[in-house]
Design a protein. Structure first.
Length: 132
């Protein structure tokens, strides 16, 4: 949690033109990949309770809706494990069946840009996961 607090404070110091077009004032980082990808929990305002996603490599760096609620995020993760879309290989390493993952997330979260693409400057941007 200490690392999340450090990241939250760092986002508050960003200049307006460096913040990927979004105010991080109400967004608290809950997951990060180590490669620049973040999931944020919105803790106040009209989007309170929603989970947002940001990656400099996707959606032209814009922050997009990933889950409408924290509960829906956990339900989605649970369904991925239940349907063995997320699984552990023989070495105990978590793996993802990428095509099935995207389709399941789309069906569980139809209103979320992270899974269903987003128009940015007139172009539809859709996440494509590499095939395994």
């Amino acid at each position: 949690i200490e690392l999340a607090i450090e990241h939250y404070k760092a986002f508050q110091k960003l200049e307006p033109d460096m913040n990927f077009g979004v105010s991080f004032e109400n967004l608290f980082p809950i997951f990060l990949s180590g490669g620049g990808e973040y999931y944020f929990y919105c803790f106040s305002g009209s989007d309170k309770g929603k989970i947002y996603y940001n990656s400099p490599a996707e959606f032209l760096g814009e922050t997009v809706l990933a889950f409408v609620t924290l509960e829906q995020m956990f339900i989605s993760i649970y369904e991925c494990y239940k349907r063995e879309v997320y699984y552990l290989d023989t070495n105990g390493i978590m793996k993802v069946k990428t095509e099935e993952h995207l389709e399941l997330m789309k069906s569980l979260n139809p209103e979320c840009q992270k899974w269903n693409g987003k128009e940015v400057d007139g172009e539809l941007i859709i996440i494509e996961f590499p095939k395994q």
